[in-house]
Write a protein that binds this ligand. Structure first.
Ligand SMILES: [Zn+2]
Length: 200
């Protein structure tokens, strides 16, 4: 089955359909930029400003915003508030493009019904660093991929590519990083089309 509005591959079509559901829910039109901050409350997430966290020692604060700033992008607390909401803290040093992707991933975990692991999983990432995972690996992949699809939907991405737009222009339009757009071009197999469109 070929569906014009969906990427190839069963898994990617599933992620895309879920992402389109998120976009519908947010009421954003097919080419529009999705603002995850407007979706957070529907996912029962409370985004708390880093500066509002009390009881952080100056050393910890300096480390989180200084030397360790590249090592964390944000995350949700595993315990809920009495009203059921969960707190999400985002790295204030990361610009809006990265923050949008981080928050969208947290929202995806909730909308996709992922259950946090009871124990934080410590794993080694591709660059050899130890990272904490809050969900099963397959759930992490699904949340990231679906969140990215919600931010940069396939059909609109394809239209922009055919119109000869650069990844940096597309990134600006969707308020995400160029890396996220290029990841989407690759996983939805638009990369070749993108490169030939750029060459002409
Ligand atoms: Zn995650």
């Amino acid at each position: 089955m070929t569906t014009v509005g969906l990427p190839p591959g069963e898994k990617w079509r599933r992620f895309e359909l879920q992402a389109l559901g998120f976009r519908d829910f947010a009421g954003v039109h097919s080419d529009g930029a999705l603002d995850p901050f407007r979706l957070a409350s529907f996912a029962n997430l409370l985004v708390v400003d880093f500066d509002r966290i009390k009881n952080l020692s100056e050393t910890t604060r300096d480390r989180l915003l200084g030397s360790a700033s590249e090592e964390w992008s944000g995350g949700a607390c595993s315990h809920s508030l009495p009203d059921g909401r969960r707190i999400v803290i985002l790295n204030p040093n990361h610009g809006p493009a990265r923050t949008n992707a981080t928050l969208m991933e947290e929202i995806s975990h909730v909308f996709l019904g992922h259950q946090p692991s009871r124990l934080k999983v410590l794993a080694t990432n591709k660059s050899g660093r130890t990272v904490a995972r809050d969900y099963r690996r397959t759930d992490e992949e699904a949340a990231y991929a679906t969140g990215a699809a919600a931010l940069v939907p396939f059909a609109a991405l394809r239209r922009f590519v055919l119109a000869g737009q650069q990844s940096s222009q597309i990134a600006k339009h969707f308020r995400v990083s160029r890396e996220l757009v290029e990841y989407r071009l690759k996983v939805t197999r638009l990369w070749r089309l993108y490169q030939s469109a750029a060459a002409t």
